[in-house]
Design a protein around this ligand. Structure first.
Ligand SMILES: C[S@@+](CC[C@H](N)C(=O)[O-])C[C@H]1O[C@@H](n2cnc3c(N)ncnc32)[C@H](O)[C@@H]1O
Length: 266
């Protein structure tokens, strides 16, 4: 992606969480400003890219579980990020092509790329929206998804952009209240619970250099997002330990300090 062809409304000189994450995943939808920040962060915390990849791998396993074992056919992915490999609609529609997916992100570059990638995709919508304005997100999502039937809300690596002062818990509560029985919330969240200061060093540096702050939470704080939901086995655990692919050895949690889990509305 070149600075000269930046979509309207996108300032390529200002690093963005979506594009830094894309750079961590080895994607091409990022600018020099994003790669510069990633370089600085990786010097401080060498597992930055691994953390992003492990989070993304968890998301793939979670969506496979939801579309497979849990039988969900509708997905609302908030903080969806830039299209990359193993996008949610590709994973879900590999299980059943009738799966409907709505992608939402507050970064305009995601919308521009999402629309280009999804042109021609069936049962997929993308729009710009802010989780902070959760009612507006739900209203738009209802144009594509039927909330009287089970919907899986995905909040993968997005809630740590909300500080405690911004109180994200009621936002997740609003999403839970919009679900009907059989609906799920799947979320992942950065944590400092790894027995070292490495991830804190990373988040402090990130918050200083990027417009959005990163706010780590411990296990109890992440578990509180699942209030009112029944945890799906194995509960809220380090993402690398959430149903790892059979025959694979999970990475040490220090290399991917992220909690993840799925809750089901009964
Ligand atoms: C780390 S990326 C995660 C992408 C994807 N969910 C994944 O896990 O692979 C976080 C994404 O959340 C988006 N984001 C951050 N704050 C948001 C908000 N308040 N509302 C919607 N999206 C947000 C960012 O633009 C970015 O694309």
């Amino acid at each position: 992606m070149t600075e000269a062809t930046a979509p309207k409304g996108v300032d390529p000189t200002v690093p963005s969480p979506a594009r830094i994450y894309d750079a961590m995943l080895g994607g091409k939808d990022n600018y020099e400003s994003d790669r510069r920040v990633l370089g600085l962060l990786s010097d401080l915390y060498p597992h930055a890219a691994t953390t992003a990849r492990e989070n993304r791998a968890w998301l793939g396993r979670a969506v496979r579980y939801l579309a497979g074992e849990a039988g969900v056919r509708q997905f609302l992915d908030i903080g969806a990020g830039l299209p990359t490999q193993e996008n949610v609609h590709q994973v879900a529609q590999a299980v059943d092509p009738s799966c409907r997916v709505v992608y939402v992100d507050n970064d305009p570059v995601v919308l521009a790329h999402g629309q280009a990638l999804l042109a021609g995709s069936q049962n997929v919508a993308v729009f710009e929206g802010d989780l902070a304005d959760v009612d507006a997100v739900l209203e738009r999502a209802r144009e594509t998804l039927d909330f009287t039937r089970p919907v899986a809300v995905l909040l993968s690596a997005v809630l740590h952009f909300f500080t405690d002062d911004q109180d994200p818990y009621p936002l997740v509560g609003r999403l839970r209240d919009a679900l009907s029985p059989g609906g799920h919330i799947a979320l992942s969240h950065g944590t400092g619970d790894i027995g070292s200061d490495d991830s804190k060093t990373f988040t402090d540096a990130y918050s200083q250099r990027v417009s959005s702050s990163l706010f780590l939470r411990d296990h109890a704080q992440v578990a509180a997002f699942f209030d009112g939901l029944e945890p799906v086995e194995p509960g809220i655990v380090h993402a690398v330990h959430w149903r790892p692919e059979p025959g694979t050895e999970p990475r040490p949690v220090e290399e991917a300090p992220v909690y993840a889990g799925i809750g089901r509305l009964v």
